[in-house]
Design a protein around this ligand. Structure first.
Ligand SMILES: [Zn+2]
Length: 454
């Protein structure tokens, strides 16, 4: 199939929002009926328990009466299926066993991994979502992709390699498991022009390349760097380091083994990731505590809830993963039409200051906007573990220039406190500290410090 232009699937990707809404609603209704008919668990626990049947769902408000599902409940459903049927697939898997041809899994770093069950149709959906992302970023058959993320069954492993291959790219699935040496050896050997990995591993490769590969990372031939697992392109200083370190365009992207996919564009300032799968995944926002619906208006912040609307295997329905997102409904400067989102952090990280919910990631986001006056690094100091905080919210922020004058520091503190106050409705007490004085581990920098004897 010959593809031209900027989009993999132009008809769908350029569909006006109103028509997309119609399509979503049609697919949602069809999916709800399918879930009701094929999963005893959905039928009893998500419909009958609250007095619903698919026929009674005529509006968004009706749909939102369906109880949310969490990751813990997903685990419980697997256990319960194991107990009842002797396998973990029974309760929310809607397709017959012989149609299920792949199991993907979350990494399960805490607790039992949650499983995604996929039919051939679902795998095709997944591959199309990958194709939409990479095609928009400019990849075409002929590009060679070093997939240095995972070799495993996890969603960023084999399913990702399959997706890259299905759209006609050449994939070198080197994984991250063999470390920097193996990745760099294969970069020299296979001549990739695309690299997919975590931004922190990307930084590590830049550092190690002269020693291991005998050349700077910008001489490896990488022209596209795709950040996965952690934000990279959304953090200006990190984006700059990766872009200059590899001499590559840098993108954030998300979406592995399921129907929720997004990718960032080149616009500056960073406008979030474009949501590329509205025809397969219906998004909602809810308040993190009471789980009440929040309207999807421009700038709205809430816990993300998703429902697969074109899925056969184990279709997730009103699934709340605990991710806090901000959505943007106004058109992006790049011209791509759909809504965008930023992943702000986990809802578990939430703090409460005088009744106002504050997310450390949202605070960090604002501090990052003040680069180069700050380094972007900050931490919140708590007397005891959250979420309740004795006001004021105390924080340390690294200023950006060693030779900063006292009056400039006072001005910076004022501007920072002003922005945080205005946008997050909380007045912080800020202490400025010298650049690179806050502790930095090898992994993600902790945003909260709990003072032992406070
Ligand atoms: Zn854009």
């Amino acid at each position: 199939m010959e593809k031209k232009g900027q989009f993999w699937n132009e008809k769908i990707e350029m569909l006006p929002p109103k028509e997309m809404k119609t399509l979503q609603w049609k697919r949602l209704k069809r999916q709800l009926r399918y879930n009701y008919e094929n999963s005893v668990y959905y039928r009893e626990e998500k419909f009958h328990r609250v007095g619903l049947t698919p026929d009674k769902i005529r509006t968004l408000e009706d749909f939102q009466k369906i109880p949310l599902m969490t990751k813990d409940e997903h685990r419980w459903v697997q256990e319960e299926s194991l107990r009842r049927f002797g396998h973990p697939y029974g309760l929310i898997t809607c397709a017959p066993r012989e149609k299920i041809i792949r199991i993907n899994s979350t990494s399960g770093t805490t607790g039992m991994p949650t499983l995604y069950t996929l039919t051939r149709h679902d795998i095709e959906v997944l591959n199309e979502m990958h194709a939409r992302k990479y095609w928009r970023a400019g990849l075409r058959p002929g590009n060679i992709v070093l997939q240095a993320l995972s070799l495993s069954m996890f969603t960023g492993g084999l399913p990702l390699s399959d997706g890259l291959q299905a759209m006609g790219l050449c994939v070198v699935p080197v994984g991250i498991e063999g470390g920097a040496r193996r990745v760099l050896d294969f970069a020299l050997l296979t001549k990739p022009d695309v690299l997919i990995t975590t931004p922190s591993f990307g930084e590590y490769l830049i550092e190690k390349s002269p020693e291991i590969a005998g050349r700077q990372a910008d001489e490896l031939g990488i022209r596209w760097f795709f950040c996965a697992g952690e934000p990279g392109a959304g953090i200006p200083s990190l984006r700059k380091r990766l872009a200059e370190g590899f001499n590559a365009r840098v993108f954030d992207h998300t979406g592995g083994g399921h129907a929720f996919h997004g990718i960032s564009c080149d616009s500056i300032p960073y406008p979030g990731m474009h949501f590329l799968s509205p025809d397969h995944c219906f998004l909602e926002l809810v308040t993190p505590e009471a789980k009440l619906p929040i309207e999807m208006s421009d700038g709205a912040v809430g816990e993300m809830v998703f429902t697969f609307i074109d899925w056969e295997g184990g279709p997730l329905m009103r699934y709340a993963l605990g991710d806090l997102v901000q959505v943007f409904m106004e058109p992006c400067t790049c011209g791509w039409p759909e809504m965008r989102f930023k992943i702000l952090g986990r809802t578990d990280d939430m703090l409460i200051v005088k009744g106002v919910n504050v997310y450390p990631a949202a605070v960090k986001d604002i501090v990052g906007e003040f680069i180069p006056k700050t380094t972007g690094a900050m931490r919140i100091l708590l007397e005891k573990a959250g979420p309740l905080v004795n006001p004021p919210l105390r924080m340390q922020v690294e200023y950006g220039f060693t030779e900063m004058r006292d009056q400039d520091k006072e001005q910076l503190k004022k501007e920072l406190a002003g922005q945080i106050g205005e946008r997050l409705r909380v007045r912080p007490s800020i202490e400025l500290v010298p650049p690179y004085s806050l502790p930095r581990g090898s992994g993600k920098m902790p945003m909260i410090e709990i003072e032992k004897d406070g």
